[in-house]
Design a protein around this ligand. Structure first.
Ligand code: CDP
Length: 222
């Protein structure tokens, strides 16, 4: 769930970076690259919600029950390398249980602690710039068209040897966008002070280059 670099960031000052965006926008790749570039620890907060979803699924819990989802929030026993965490079944449960206020509250402290580390950190998710770390020094909101995101997800699934059909994946991405943007608690939203990065027409290197440039510029005028 998290990656720790060996040493502190090069400048010795605290740098907190928030990366938010919808499913398959490229925010995870960008956040990892920013962490490497600025030598900061990184937390993929979606993995916390996925871990809760996997717990619930293994217990045979009911995702329609907020109470059962809350009981699945003790994720200490979940192996962060479990390939099941990235499965479509778990993604779909994660998208549903993340709407429960008590589940979000149960996972918040851990994310805030990570964000509060002395040297700073990079966190990616849906509500980092708005709820988890509104004080972040630089915020990116990473997006891309639903069609491009569906194409990327299909490629990713096929590369992992899993079956994937473009139309199904597109429907799923739109459903997840809808749930993420319209939930009452911590909906997916661009923070007022976040920089928008649309990766629709960018390849991976292009998106990373643009992210490093935008964040570097923002940090320079702190
Ligand atoms: O990689 P992808 O965007 O498909 O998913 P993820 O970032 O691993 O997040 C999994 C699910 O957790 C998403 O469907 C979101 O609904 C939820 N999530 C959230 O509500 N808040 C976060 N900070 C991170 C993820």
């Amino acid at each position: 769930m998290t990656e720790q670099p060996d040493n502190e960031n090069a400048t010795g000052e605290r740098i907190l970076i928030a990366v938010d965006g919808p499913a398959a926008s490229g925010k995870g790749t960008i956040a990892r690259a920013l962490a490497r570039h600025f030598n900061l620890p990184h937390m993929d907060t979606g993995m916390l919600y996925r871990a809760v979803a996997l717990n619930l699924w293994r217990w045979g819990g009911d995702m329609a029950s907020e109470f059962e989802a809350l009981r699945a929030c003790d994720v200490a026993a979940v192996d962060p390398d479990d390939p099941e965490l990235r499965s479509e079944a778990v993604s779909s449960i994660a998208s549903r249980i993340s709407a429960y206020p008590s589940v979000r509250a149960a996972l918040l402290e851990r994310q805030r602690e990570f964000a509060g580390q002395p040297g700073g950190a990079v966190l990616d998710g849906r509500d980092i710039g708005t709820v988890v770390a509104p004080e972040a020094d630089a915020k990116l909101f990473v997006t891309a068209s639903a069609q491009i995101r569906a194409q990327r997800r299909v490629r990713e699934l096929l590369e992992r040897g899993l079956p994937a059909h473009y139309e199904d994946v597109l429907v799923d991405i739109r459903a997840r966008d809808e749930r993420d943007m319209n939930r009452a608690t911590a909906p997916l939203a661009q923070a007022a002070d976040a920089m928008l990065l649309d990766t629709s027409d960018l390849d991976v290197d292009g998106a990373i280059g643009e992210a490093v440039r935008l964040v570097g510029e923002r940090l320079a005028v702190r």
